[in-house]
Design a protein around this ligand. Structure first.
Ligand SMILES: CC(C)(COP(=O)(O)OP(=O)(O)OC[C@H]1O[C@@H](n2cnc3c(N)ncnc32)[C@H](O)[C@@H]1OP(=O)(O)O)[C@@H](O)C(=O)NCCC(=O)NCCS
Length: 149
């Protein structure tokens, strides 16, 4: 993914995830810059023949203390632009993220998904494993108060 992709339908593609909110192009550029300067994030896009972005995902790479300091890839925000589903686009961005995880040296790549998407990921070689858990937290205030870890 490059910064230019942000202008070629990337935000319109993300909208199919349902929670893009009012993300403005300038905000998206700032977020992309922060992501690119952090070697943990690897965003991918699928590009149609006309240059429009029609699919996207992100691979996050986690450094473990356990497993001899091994690396784990986490796939997030897999999405295909409305009207372009069912043509292999989703599968191709997931495969690209898994390939990147392999190239980096991850010993596994994992993701959470809704139950109805289990078969989609099984077709791409994933198997069901453990259960996703979640706790909802208040968004941090703009003043940026932080807690020491
Ligand atoms: C789910 C989503 C990413 C699938 O992408 P896609 O481009 O439509 O899927 P593909 O065309 O690559 O499908 C690959 C295979 O999975 C199957 N598949 C696709 N969606 C499926 C679903 N919801 N359930 C079961 N199988 C599915 C396809 O039939 C295809 O099978 P085949 O290889 O035997 O023909 C896309 O529909 C989407 O963006 N949905 C909205 C956002 C979303 O839910 N994201 C997932 C977050 S975890």
């Amino acid at each position: 993914m490059t910064a230019a992709d942000l202008k070629n339908g990337f935000l319109e593609t993300l909208a199919n995830l349902g929670d893009v909110g009012g993300l403005a192009p300038a905000e998206a550029r700032g977020l992309f810059k922060a992501m690119k300067s952090n070697h943990v994030y690897h965003p991918f896009v699928a590009v149609a023949d006309d240059g429009q972005i029609i699919g996207a995902t992100t691979l996050l790479v986690e450094q473990k203390f356990i497993h001899s300091g091994g690396l784990v890839g986490h796939i997030e925000d897999v999405v295909v632009r409305k009207g372009h589903e069912g043509r292999g686009v989703g599968g191709s961005v997931v495969k690209a993220a898994v390939d990147k995880g392999r190239e980096i040296g991850c010993y596994k790549v994992i993701l959470d998904c809704r139950p109805e998407l289990v078969d989609f990921y099984k077709k791409l070689g994933f198997r069901e494993h453990e259960v996703g858990m979640r706790i909802d937290l208040a968004r941090p205030s703009p003043s940026g108060a932080r807690t020491r870890r």
